[in-house]
Design a protein around this ligand. Structure first.
Ligand code: MAN
Length: 353
């Protein structure tokens, strides 16, 4: 299938081998899903670095965080209590674990293509019992002179949305878990609407309901309420199994444009777009019928978890039309692509009430 993404010829921009692991016993398995922001005239990525020990034959091993540091769990692959059918997550003795432990790392660039690790900036590791399986897929929202980071916080207690904020990317304030399990893909709007903050998020229902995109509002961007379900999965479509917000919505004259990911039951992850009413973002004005990006390049088709394009960060050019989107490809590489906002508009199908 054709899509409207103009992929960087330099892709993949970053691979696991490009960075050093956070400690000696670990290897970087995946480098993926960067949040994106501008700071001190540079383009910055806050990438998810997923690590595990080098794998030995016949054994699966992965790290978790405990009060006394990083602990490695080792399980024999032929253990009857192990279910290991998904590269990302296993079940052992009826308990789910992730196969890698993720932290967040800052990279910057002058040209938006070649990224390096600047000196003097900390790695962001999971902290406390709600982040013992790591932190992932960070969205960055600039609000009231502060950067707000919303990310997936994973532990044996469940998958929720954690938040930290910073002025300088050196010191961070933690706001704890702002949305409890099961929830992820939280992107805060970069301005208030009618005096309130808004955020998209993705709770999951195991029984009635599904993996749908919701909207919430807040007086302070930390405490969220008045939740509304605004976009559901569509049977028979590319987004039939799960949908989740990308980065903060883009303000356009037609409405708030949100790039989101959708997956089908074969775990193929594509990107699409939603258009929300400027004044009342719970109103979905239009949605793309077909995806705007489909995994097709070799680095999107095969890797740690193939057939995946996933985004949680982009920058809008001052021309108001060129969108530079950064994305994770096959859960292993960081890539870039350009889109034209006007071209995305031509793919939207309006809801005529
Ligand atoms: C899913 C995938 C993984 C992720 C876990 C926890 O299994 O999105 O990449 O690590 O959820 O968030």
């Amino acid at each position: 299938m054709n899509d409207i993404a103009k992929r960087f010829t330099e892709n993949p921009l970053l691979s696991p081998a490009d960075l050093k692991s956070s400690s000696e016993g670990l290897e970087i398995t995946c480098l993926l899903n960067p949040g994106v922001f501008k700071f001190e005239n540079k383009t910055w990525l806050i990438v998810r670095v997923a690590e595990r020990p080098g794998q030995k034959e016949g054994i699966i091993s992965f790290p978790i965080l405990t009060e006394s540091g990083t602990e490695i769990i080792e399980i024999q692959l032929d253990d009857a209590d192990l279910i290991a059918t998904d590269a990302r997550v296993i079940n052992y003795k009826k308990v789910d674990y992730l196969t890698t432990l993720s932290h967040l790392r800052l990279l910057c660039s002058d040209d938006g293509i070649r990224f390096y690790e600047p000196e003097g900036y900390p790695l962001l590791m999971g902290e406390g019992i709600l982040q013992s399986f790591g932190i992932e897929d960070c969205r960055v929202t600039f609000l009231d002179d502060k950067y707000y980071l919303t990310f997936t916080a994973v532990s044996g207690n469940g998958v929720g949305v954690g938040m930290r904020s910073t002025h300088d990317w050196k010191q961070f304030e933690s706001h704890g878990m702002i949305m409890p399990p099961h929830n992820k893909d939280c992107a805060i709007f970069e301005e208030k609407i009618n005096g309130k903050y808004f955020a998209l998020h993705r709770p999951s229902s195991v029984d009635i309901g599904g993996n749908f995109i919701w909207l919430a509002e807040s007086p302070d961007a930390i405490h969220w309420g008045n939740h509304k379900c605004i976009a559901r999965t569509r049977e028979g479509h590319w987004d039939s199994a799960r949908v989740g917000a990308g980065a903060s919505p883009i303000k356009t004259e037609k409405g708030w444009l949100e790039i989101y990911h959708g997956a089908n039951s074969q775990h193929q992850y594509c990107l699409g777009a939603l258009l929300l009413d400027l004044d009342d973002p719970s109103k979905v004005l239009a949605r793309t019928e077909d995806p705007i990006m489909v995994p097709t390049a070799p680095y999107e088709l095969s890797g740690f978890f193939g057939n995946v394009v996933f985004t949680n960060g982009h920058l809008l050019d001052p021309d108001g039309d060129t969108l530079t989107l950064y994305y994770g490809a096959s859960d292993e590489f960081v890539c870039g692509a350009h889109f034209s906002i006007n071209e995305i508009f031509t793919m939207l199908k309006y809801n005529h009430a």
